[in-house]
Ligand binder design. Structure first.
Ligand SMILES: CC(C)(COP(=O)(O)OP(=O)(O)OC[C@H]1O[C@@H](n2cnc3c(N)ncnc32)[C@H](O)[C@@H]1OP(=O)(O)O)[C@@H](O)C(=O)NCCC(=O)NCCS
Length: 65
């Protein structure tokens, strides 16, 4: 909601998500969002491990509901 934006919630969610991915040993992930915002977190290409993962990516079904 607009009144909740700009309070650091987005930043906290992103950092928590990254921490969870690292805990799970994820090789990588794909993020869909505004480059102007997410770019400040390094999402242009943010490696978690040394290797670069490659696989097929699809939208979650929630995008079509
Ligand atoms: C974009 C969004 C997820 C950020 O979450 P948030 O809790 O407001 O973000 P934070 O409080 O952690 O960070 C706020 C900072 O991000 C900046 N920001 C917010 N939206 C931005 C955007 N679309 N592009 C660039 N910067 C943006 C703010 O200007 C602010 O900058 P500052 O720290 O220099 O003052 C949230 O504002 C939102 O959902 N907006 C509406 C939908 C949207 O634009 N989504 C785009 C992502 S898919």
């Amino acid at each position: 909601m607009p009144e909740q934006q700009g309070k650091g919630i987005g930043k906290a969610l992103i950092n928590q998500g990254l921490a969870q991915l690292k805990e799970r040993g994820a090789e990588g992930f794909v993020l869909l969002g505004e480059p102007e915002y997410y770019g400040r977190f390094g999402f242009k290409a943010l490696p978690i491990k040394d290797s670069t993962p490659a696989d097929e990516v699809s939208y979650h079904t929630a995008f079509f509901e």
